[in-house]
Design a protein around this ligand. Structure first.
Ligand code: OXD
Ligand code: MN
Length: 591
């Protein structure tokens, strides 16, 4: 097989593996990515030539590219995502399982000869800052130049990764083949026991940028269990107080609950005036490890944002809009005749015409949406105006608080502090979100999504909860664990809490509690702020609204507890006894 450039590593294990996969896939060429600027230019030209991307208006959006995916390949396909552990029971009841032997055979058959006429790109990458004791190396072999261009934004990609790897074999083997983008033969398969991922017949980011969900969460969570660390679906922010000290918080929310918005939060005017600032470390994934000081330290393994475009506006997320003005890849949004982009929910009037995500002519009168609801931007973290000065720190940042949250019209109060680590794990394990009518046609259907990891746990959910409980015993100075709910509604069905930047007000109480301050009242689920403990200056919020936001209603919680136990039954024998015990104790408290 011809190698199109220099082989930029001497690692024999890597070279042999690349050759083995090339032998199987039969590409015309093998290309080793070095991650340089020149290479970026060259690969962009190649991608334009192949029709995988188009240039946008380079005056208005310098360095920005546009891509449209196959219309059957626009989102993660959870039903085609597999955890291939040797024992079926180790994948657990929330994952699809395939026998590893059979899966390798089937996927190798799919890949055989599938890269004829194409180039096989070798993409070495680091998840996490270079040289970090928490970071990991992956190497993705892909026949998609779109994937390469995205990976170069989303990870520290190129020679830097080979340099960190040296001659070690400690890297995740990631194989991605577009094949025919055939949904009927699509599979995203994880082999946690072999540190290997194979993804075929897809090019959608969440399925094909293998560093993200596949490595950083599914394989990462498995490695974390065996190596005493944690891979979580969490944003990381630093909140700077007027005194200048910075408190770092991680937060897990299910999809569509505003994680990226919270990660880039702009303080509302009265809090900004007081001197509060928010720093962005990550918007989607946190890797957490116990530091020599006994605290939990976090890095963002990613180097870019792969954010949902629709709904991103100056109101919801001004920092995201500022981040994506250059060097960004837009996928499946609307393209205007002048080569700019648009999506539903962006500020201002829609363009008079454009080409929609399917490549069809579009006007505001069209029945179809201009941008696909899951259309995305891929942008470098370093371009974010609120990027934390600690973003590249190999040590990571020390975590004071961890937050779980869901979308609940009732039940969960605006914010509460759990009594201890175990109770915090319980709050995460029982996380739930209500579906919206837009998504399912049914309002208020509660879906359990433990720790927002339901589709991302690389092993049995019960063992994952056990790992959380074990970690609590090992962390000397564990973060406090909180739960938030920005989505409570009044009888009229309107949101009570204003949300967006105002969420900082609840986070300030969280920080106060970490400092042993912040007034609270005790309830069976934990400590809830007293009505005067939250800074509500300048908010249009009546006393009754505030009381309702902070209420913990016995009847609602009795119902909630019934729903929780249904999920524990599904988890089965491996549901930790501590979880069952807390459930029993809560049931008693609310009786
Ligand atoms: C997700 C994402 O699907 O971050 O959670 O893309
Ligand atoms: Mn996510």
């Amino acid at each position: 097989m011809a190698v199109a450039n220099q082989i930029i590593t001497e690692n024999k294990i890597v070279i042999n593996w690349v050759n083995e996969i090339a032998e199987l896939c039969q590409p015309d060429k093998i290309y080793y990515c070095d991650g340089s600027e020149e290479e970026k230019q060259k690969l962009t030209e190649e991608a334009v030539h192949l029709g995988e991307v188009e240039y946008l208006n380079q005056e208005k959006l310098p360095g920005c590219l546009y891509s449209r995916s196959d219309i059957n390949d626009v989102a993660r396909t959870e039903h085609l995502t597999y955890i291939c552990t040797r024992k079926k029971e180790d994948a657990g009841p929330t994952n699809n399982w395939l026998d590893p032997q059979q899966a390798y055979q089937k996927l190798h058959d799919t890949l055989r000869g599938s890269m004829k006429g194409r180039t096989l790109y070798v993409v070495p990458f680091i998840m996490g800052p270079a040289g970090s004791p928490i970071s990991k190396i992956g190497i993705e072999l892909t026949d998609s130049v779109y994937v390469v261009l995205n990976m170069r934004i989303m990870t520290r990609m190129g020679k830097i990764a080979f340099d960190q790897l040296g001659d070690s074999d400690d890297f995740t083997r990631c194989i991605h083949g577009k094949v025919k983008l055939d949904i009927n033969h699509r599979a995203i398969a994880h082999f946690p026991e072999d540190n290997t991922i194979i993804s075929v017949n897809t090019a959608y980011g969440g399925n094909a940028l293998l560093g993200k969900k596949c490595l950083a969460l599914r394989i990462g969570s498995f490695l974390g269990k065996t190596q005493d660390w944690m891979a979580e679906h969490m944003l990381i922010i630093g909140i700077e107080t007027p005194k200048g000290d910075i408190h770092y918080i991680t937060a897990a929310f299910p999809s569509q609950c505003g994680k990226t918005n919270l990660a880039m939060l702009v303080p509302p005017a009265p809090l900004k005036k007081l001197g509060y600032k928010v720093w962005t470390v990550g918007d989607d994934i946190a890797w957490l490890k116990i530091g020599p000081d006994g605290r939990l330290w976090a890095i963002n393994p990613e180097n870019g944002f792969f954010g949902v475009a629709p709904g991103t506006s100056m109101k919801s997320n001004p920092n995201a809009l500022k981040t994506i003005q250059k060097n960004t890849i837009f996928t499946n949004v609307l393209k205007t005749p002048e080569g700019t982009v648009w999506w539903e929910g962006l500020d201002g009037d829609p363009p008079k015409e454009g080409t929609n995500w399917k490549g069809e002519p579009w006007t505001p009168a069209s029945k179809d949406k201009g941008a696909h609801p899951n259309s995305r931007f891929t942008a470098p973290v370093e371009q974010c105006p609120s990027v934390s000065p600690e973003f590249e720190n190999p040590k990571g940042v020390p975590i004071s608080a961890m937050i779980f949250g869901g979308r609940r019209a009732k039940v969960a109060p605006l914010v509460y502090e759990t009594f201890n680590w175990e109770r915090g794990v319980y709050a995460g394990a029982t996380m739930a979100s209500e579906t919206t009518s837009a998504a399912t046609g049914q309002v208020g259907v509660v879906r359990r999504d433990p720790m927002a990891m339901l589709p991302f746990m690389g092993y049995h959910v019960g063992d994952y909860w056990r790992h959380w409980l074990n970690m609590g015993k090992k962390i000397k100075h564990a973060p406090k664990i909180f739960h938030v709910n920005w989505f409570r509604k009044n009888e009229k069905g309107d949101f009570i809490w204003p949300g967006f930047g105002e969420n900082l007000r609840a986070l300030l109480w969280v920080i106060e509690r970490c400092q042993g301050k912040g007034q609270a009242q005790e309830t069976p689920i934990g400590y809830v702020p007293t009505a005067n403990a939250l800074n509500t200056e300048g908010l249009d919020l009546s006393k009754a609204d505030l009381e309702s936001l902070l209420s913990v209603d016995s009847a609602e919680w009795q119902e909630e507890l019934k729903g929780q136990v249904e999920f524990f039954d599904k988890v089965g024998d491996r549901c930790p006894k501590e979880i069952r015990e807390i459930h029993a104790s809560l049931t008693k408290s609310f009786a």
